[in-house]
Write a protein that binds this ligand. Sequence first.
Ligand SMILES: [Ca+2]
Ligand SMILES: [Ca+2]
Length: 78
Amino acid sequence: MTETTGSAEEHLLLSADTNGDGKPDVWMSDTTGDGKADLYQFDTTGDGAVDVTIIEDTSHDETERTVLEGDGGHPLPA
Ligand SMILES: [Ca+2]
Ligand SMILES: [Ca+2]
């Protein structure tokens, strides 16, 4: 596992290749430093670039997920 580009407070926990083309398309990162993933990024188009970014806020009783970028899982029109 290699550290990707990103700010110092953003730690990549896991990346996965879900469609078998050798390029990761799912990334899980910890932005709060507690060791638990709270930033999820997905490449829905298979070009290796992130299309959907979801951040998770676990500071409340109910986990809140906010889509920062993209539409939550559907490929964006080219
Ligand atoms: Ca892939
Ligand atoms: Ca993409």
